[in-house]
Design a protein around this ligand. Sequence first.
Ligand SMILES: C[S@@+](CC[C@H](N)C(=O)[O-])C[C@H]1O[C@@H](n2cnc3c(N)ncnc32)[C@H](O)[C@@H]1O
Length: 338
Amino acid sequence: MAVFNLFSPLVPNQIYHGDARQLLRRIGQDSIALSVWSPPYYVGKDYEQYLSFEDWKDLLRNVIKLHVPVIKPGGFLVINIADILCFKDESMPKIMAENVSRRKFNLARDDLLAMKKQHPTWNRYRLAEHFGCSEQTIDRRLNGNNIRGGKYQPQTRVYLVGGLIEEAAADAGLYLYDRRIWVKDATWENSRWHTISYRSVDESEYLYVFWKPGITKVDRARLTKQEWINWGSRGVWEIPSVRSNVDHDSKFPLELPRRAIKLFTDPGDIVLDCFMGSGTTAVAALAEGRRYLGIDKEKRSVELGREAVRSFERYRACQESDQLDLMLRELEVTYKPS
Ligand SMILES: C[S@@+](CC[C@H](N)C(=O)[O-])C[C@H]1O[C@@H](n2cnc3c(N)ncnc32)[C@H](O)[C@@H]1O
């Protein structure tokens, strides 16, 4: 394996171990046709434990800014990210919901208040005796402290991430050129969210497309007519989530970077992913005849990414090219670290 000098420029078709904020500085000026990545989402994953909320926002701002010198004039930065649906907000009032459907004892607050009006001297023990429930139930109904997530947990709300990204890019000199919505599998299993509130289940993410001023080649021949109809011109991309997350728990599906690569680059171009994770973007770039450049701060991810590239090369060497689609799908589903 090649040994890299601490300050030598990064070369294509490699995945580097390190922090994006350091390594992006070592990429050649105007060398990247497309950068496509999915950063930490600030949702409590292991690989983002080193970040406070402020650190996370700084990370995104810095990484976006560091793209400006390296993207070719007329090139693109595509960021895949989701809003934070369970953003803990200490300032939110704690008393939020009276979840009647989950009550063990079905006593309405209005009945209780009516009884109290009739018997103003009754305390909660007497009321409990009358209704045949515990005095805690009376207390909860009367004082409304039926708090989601417990009395001392902060409440959660939705945090929209798009504004932060758009502002960081605009400050850096990149323009929001387009945005698409990725509709993925609904994550029913992971979330108590929708059963204890009126909130919807998590089933979409965003793709924000930023443009670096310069001449952009618009080449409709990059996609077939059918691809233009199916997804090239569509604002909503329906792509199933990755089936198996055993090796890396935040993989995006191969089809996602693959579409961006087909739309925004030519064969031979360099595609950057500075949050490379399990190597999905590298494999997508190779599958489309482009070069890749990867960065990840977790050693394990770097090893996974390099192994994904090796697996892909092995598949490609021994299979017929018309079976490539099938192989890629298989790679995505079945690839496991050795
Ligand atoms: C959402 S995951 C990317 C998953 C990837 N798209 C895939 O398909 O496997 C984010 C990745 O960013 C990496 N990461 C977090 N902070 C980083 C930093 N400061 N510099 C580089 N990589 C970082 C994590 O280790 C993680 O692998």
